[in-house]
Design a binder for this molecule. Structure first.
Ligand code: HEC
Length: 139
């Protein structure tokens, strides 16, 4: 192979590699941290008390538009921990408006329901964290 072609190939590969290994790729659901107050969240072993509190809040505030298994106005939540980062889920709960307008994944979800955006339920970080714990039981 000619040296010039080798160099061209090598630089191409380098560019592709650099583009594919950012710390947070918003198009990869398991890397995307979302947009909002939560930047880093380390999960500890499941806290069943928090999960039980989270289910109560979910029943009161979220069930109007969501279900664990059925697609309602919003998507079904079972298995959500396997397809999104905890940070993204927290930011979706705490900052749904901006997420629905700017985050590539939330935007697609909103487009699927004809541009209906998730309602801002004014959750505290503590409430959102409890719901996240409930989501961990839905795998
Ligand atoms: C008024 C209806 C409505 C209410 C109430 C609502 N949501 Fe949503 N939710 C939506 C819609 C519509 C979407 C998808 C569109 C979007 O991205 O905005 C969504 C998306 C989501 C997602 C992303 C789902 C996925 O598969 O990635 C999560 C997580 C979520 N909602 C959690 C909650 C929680 C927790 C509550 C209660 C505190 C709640 N939602 C209350 C309508 C609602």
């Amino acid at each position: 192979m000619k040296t010039s072609i080798k160099i061209a190939l090598l630089s191409c590969c380098t560019i592709v590699m650099l583009q594919c290994t950012p710390t947070s790729n918003p198009c990869d659901p398991m890397q995307n941290m979302g947009i909002g107050p939560i930047e880093k969240l380390d999960l500890q072993p499941l806290n069943t008390n928090m999960a039980a509190d989270g289910k109560k809040i979910y029943d009161q505030l979220c069930r109007v538009c969501h279900d664990e298994i059925r697609q309602m106005e919003g998507p079904a939540h079972r298995g959500i921990m396997n397809r999104r980062t905890p940070e993204w889920i927290m930011n979706m709960m705490l900052n749904p408006k901006e997420m629905s307008q700017k985050d590539p994944i939330a935007k697609i979800l909103a487009e699927r329901v004809n541009g209906v955006e998730m309602a801002d339920m004014n959750l505290s970080e503590d409430e959102a964290r409890k719901i996240l714990e409930y989501f961990r039981t839905l795998e």
